[in-house]
Design a binder for this molecule. Structure first.
Ligand code: FAD
Length: 366
């Protein structure tokens, strides 16, 4: 006899105009093939590249920093790094640059300078916060490396969520993550290693609409705004210098060892043609009931064309994002669009209406 499918009640959020907060347009740095996680000698400099994580920068961030830092430190090019006071430069103060600094400090390095054109309002602050390896375009043979990096990152966030990390206290939480299928989640490689198997459930929205979905009950929500604040606190406490300004060439820096964590900036800095922006639209929610927002959902709707004629992959997602210092009821973020090659000249603003339509359709709200 088969077990009956578990029913779960979710009370849909409110999506009227008065419940909609800031509308955000931002760009994922996606490198075709896989993120650039490599070491290169350029003249007298040794560059460790760590950029191009697409829609999965947070999902991979701590693992990616650990991977690239080890790659350099354990290589012949990184020999001089046996001296923990060796001067090190990091270009970029998004999550990748800050996790790189975090990992280096934990290994005992103490002469680190971060160079950044911008510190605030980065993709790293705006990102939704679902742990799932999505919106990347990895070559099949590289997938095992990406999976291992993701598993290491999951362990990091799981420790934060379970209060086992002495540096990070608030930025990650265990929250059920719902998808249409196991394949859509990208998380199957994590099952049996750090996550439990997903199961089928029936969501009941209490308005006559039900949806059969799969859920990972040990999904992780990363509160990206809080994590950025916690990373900056760590950087300050450990007296890591941040120098504001754009770097035009690696030679401008006096340090021999340079970590290139410049996100989309790497397109100019390294002339990397495989690195492309992927435009995304987000809407923050207001006036919700916080206890009803304890879940994440990601469902794909297929491809369409935007008002400016660009190809768009449309999905609907919702996560319980809450900005530090905002009212408890101002909780939730919805998205999400994936427009490869998008740029601020073509903001595709009608996508915000599609997101709201898709949210209403998903929850069966008339
Ligand atoms: C709409 C949206 C939703 C997302 N949701 C999620 C999610 O739910 N889960 C997830 O895992 N990921 C998500 N992401 C992806 C994630 O946000 C990105 O992968 C991540 O922010 C990239 O981090 P980064 O540090 O590489 O880049 P950034 O955050 O862009 O930081 C780059 C840094 O480099 C600096 N820089 C660049 N060029 C130079 C230069 N020449 N000189 C000096 N400084 C320079 C910049 O000023 C900045 O400080 C989302 C992204 C978007 C856009």
């Amino acid at each position: 006899m088969t077990n009956p499918i578990e029913m779960r009640k979710i009370i849909p959020p409110a999506f009227e105009q008065t419940n909609l907060g800031e509308k955000i347009l931002c760009y994922r740095p996606m490198k075709h093939g896989m993120p650039n996680l490599s070491i290169e000698q350029m003249g007298s400099k040794v560059i460790a590249h760590n950029y191009g994580h697409g829609g999965s920068g947070w999902t991979l961030g701590p693992g990616s920093a650990k991977y690239v830092n080890s790659l350099l430190i354990d290589s012949a090019l990184g020999n001089a790094l046996t001296d923990k006071s060796a001067p090190i430069a990091i270009i970029g103060a998004g999550l990748v640059g800050l996790f790189t600094a975090y990992d280096l400090v934990k290994r005992g390095y103490r002469n680190i300078t971060i160079y950044a054109e911008k510190l605030d309002a980065l993709a790293s602050h705006y990102a939704g916060g679902l742990l799932a390896p999505v919106s990347m375009d990895n070559d099949h043979e590289m997938q095992a490396v990406i999976d291992q990096i993701g598993i290491d990152a999951y362990r990091f966030y799981d420790d934060v969520a379970r209060n086992k990390n002495s540096d990070f206290k608030q930025g990650a939480r265990l929250v059920p993550s719902y998808f249409n299928s196991r394949e859509d989640s990208g998380l199957e490689a994590y099952v049996g290693k750090v996550m439990n198997p997903a199961k089928e459930v029936m969501l009941d929205f209490g308005n006559g609409t039900t949806r059969k979905m799969v859920v990972y009950d040990d999904g992780i929500f990363m509160n990206t705004a809080l994590l950025m604040a916690e990373l900056h606190d760590f950087i300050n406490v450990h007296h890591i210098n941040i120098v504001l300004g754009k770097i035009h060439a690696f030679d401008e820096l006096e340090q021999k060892f340079i970590f290139n964590c410049s996100g989309l900036g790497a397109a100019e800095l390294t002339k990397d043609k495989a690195l492309v922006p992927v435009q995304g639209h987000l809407i923050m929610l207001k006036n919700q009931i916080p206890e009803n927002m304890n879940y994440m959902i990601l469902v794909y709707f297929g491809e369409g064309v935007t008002e400016s004629g660009q190809k768009v992959k449309r999905s609907f997602y919702i996560f319980p994002k809450h900005l530090p210092d905002s009212a408890p009821q101002d909780i939730g973020v919805i998205g999400g669009t994936f427009i490869e090659g998008g740029n601020p000249d073509k903001p595709n603003l009608r996508e915000y209406d599609s997101i709201i339509d898709e949210a209403n359709a998903f929850f069966g709200i008339k």
